[in-house]
Every structure is written in C-alpha cells, then in structure tokens.
Design a protein around this ligand. Sequence first.
Ligand SMILES: *Cc1c(COP(=O)(O)O)cnc(C)c1O
Length: 398
Amino acid sequence: MDIAENSALFPTYAKHPITLIRGDGSRLWDEQGKEYLDFMSGLAVCNLGHVPRKVKQRVQEQLEQVWHISNLFRIPNQEELAQMLTVHSCADLVFFCNSGAEANEAAIKCARRYHQRVLKNGRFEIITFEKSFHGRTLATLTATGQDKVKDGFFPLPEGFLYARYNDIESVKDTITEQTAAVMLELVQGEGGVYPADREFVTQLFALCKKHGLILIVDEVQTGLGRTGKLFAYEHYGIEPDIITLAKGLASGFPIGAMMGKKVLRDAFSVGSHASTFGGAPLAAIAGLATMEILLKERLFERAEEMGAYAIQKLLDQLHHYSVVQSIRGVGLLIGIECVKPVAPIIKELHRYGLLVLPGGSHVIRFMPNLYVTKEEIDRAVDIISIVLTKIAQAASVE
Ligand SMILES: *Cc1c(COP(=O)(O)O)cnc(C)c1O
C-alpha cells in the first residue's frame, strides 16, 4: 500500500487506511469526521472505552506532580496498584513492566529461576500450546505456538516445547525431568478465540501439582473483566502460580504485570530482574484508576451479561449466512469463525463504520469495551449482517 511505502516506519503492520484522531467511549472519529463504532478497543486495551473521564482526571493530577521516578525509590501508586491486584486475585506479589511480552518474559524468568535458584533442580523447560500467542520478544515468540512469528529469527532460545491445546495426554507426553512450567491462555485470543475446556484445565492444574510445575496463565488479553470475571482463571476453579497482565490494565497507558504466589518470592532476589519504566507513576495511576472503576462498578459482571446478549444476537442474526461457520466466546471476547479468510470482510466492515479485528486468518474478533450497550451491540451485528449480505450477493452474481 502506498501509505506504507512513503512512511519512515518499518513495515511491520498492515495498516488500514484510516486515521483515527479522537475517541469517546465506544466511538472513534477519523480526520474527515467519519464516526466508527469501536469493537476492538485498541486490541482489548481500552476496556473502559476511549478517554474514560475518571482515569483522565487522575492522570492529569499526576502529570502536575511528577512523571517518572526510578524503581530504586518507593512509588506509592505502584504499591497501591500491586496491593489492589493481589487482594483481588490468588497472587501475592507483583512485578511491573511495560507490555504483555515483558510480563510473559518475567514469568518465564521467574519460573526458571525458582527451579534453578530456590529448588536447585536445574529445570528449564517451558511447555506451551499450539496456536498460542505470548508476545514478540525472542523468548515469548519462541513460547508462541505459531511458526509464522518465528520465521527468520533463528536461533531461538532453548527449552520450549509445545503440546496440543485441550489435550491432556499431549501435555503428559511432553513433560520431562527438565520441565519447569506450563504456560497457557485460557482463551486463545490471537489464535482465533479458542476457550480451554474446563476438564482440561482441571486436569492440567492437578498435573502441574503432581510434577511440581509452575502454572503460568497468560491473561494479557483475558484479564481484567473481559471474560465476565476479573480474571479468566476464576471460571475454572483453579489458582495459577503466575498470572500475566497488560492490555486492559491502564486504559491505554503502557504497563504490564507479572503476578505470582508467595512461594515464588525468592526466585527474584535484588538485581535479578528490573525495568526502567515498569510501574512508573503515570502508568501506575492510570492502572489504579482503571482498577478502581472496574471493581467499584463490577464491570466484569456487565461483560458477562453483555457477552451473553451479544452471542445470542450474533447467533440469531448470522447463523443463516453460509460464510459463518461458528460463533463462540467467553464474556466480551467473542469470535465469529468463517469458512474463508476474513480480511476482506473486515475491510468492508470498516467502510460501514465498524472496527473489528481478525483472530487468526478465519475469525472475526468482537471485543467492545465493557460499558458497551445493547443498542451498540445491535448496531454492530446489523452492520455485520449488511456486509455479509452484500458479500453473499456479490458472490452469487459472479
Ligand atoms: C497481546 C498479547 C501478548 C503480547 O502483549 P504485548 O503488549 O503486545 O507485548 C501476550 N499474550 C497475549 C495472550 C496477548 O493477547
């Protein structure tokens, strides 16, 4: 595309030819003033919608005070956010960084160091899953169970093995004497919105206990209300040893968090891990304000209710289109699986003012903010119907 060719940016993104310059709640506007209904939320980042007023106010107050303080000093916002995250989860300790990949990188380092320095057993292997997505650093792209993210980046770090998702026998076959941890998403988001089976997760939890493996749950996309619970692991009645967060944590300010159980405390001694920007005052206040609103307004319950409404609406209105293969999801993380690649459909949806994302090549991801209304869901589903009808008619004419 000519836009990319004239740009001083590395061409790492297939950029849509839309320039969004203003946002408010579920709505975004481009340079021409055209309005869009946002059902991707900056990739599950803007869970409170665009420019949430209460977060904005707290960030503005912080902007007047101080912007950055080194982690070599105490940062009250950061400590308060850590406190809030641990009170409302099964974790006891938090390490702050700046992204999902960094949170997963910290999780991998924590699990390895726990085995190597605390238990002194030298274990290092991490089992992850096919179709998973854990980030783009060398370790996290190696953890990712998709070949396309690895192409051209060899050699990759050692010690990552892949099992089949929702297949406990495959995990058992992959465990060795060197296995340190198992890492998974409870709904595979980038891979195409595949939820983990309850029985699989229960068995996996027991298997980790039996073999002394650290269970890392990557909640970078599922965390913080999106699936109808504050954390997706709550759907399964398990307690992970490590939980990673990022996307929805600070309404758009870059932040990531690796949360762990008390027993992991000594895995990280002073100087063993660090981040210059991780949990600095601005991102931390944005996280704190976001969490306070989420909890006070119990937005995860709203996500559950609106998610159920959206799934029903999508099923009712889209089931008769031959291009639609299945509709599935948890809370407001919903996938519409199609029988062919969805990129052209998504392009057309943009023209009609609906912003959605693909998940894998054949799935349309539906991820509105947690304040989304029934009217907005109705409008989004109507736009999808219009576009699918148009595409079906065009195909029948050919
Ligand atoms: C987006 C995502 C990541 C990577 O997060 P970044 O902030 O882009 O590094 C990791 N894991 C999951 C499940 C994600 O959805």
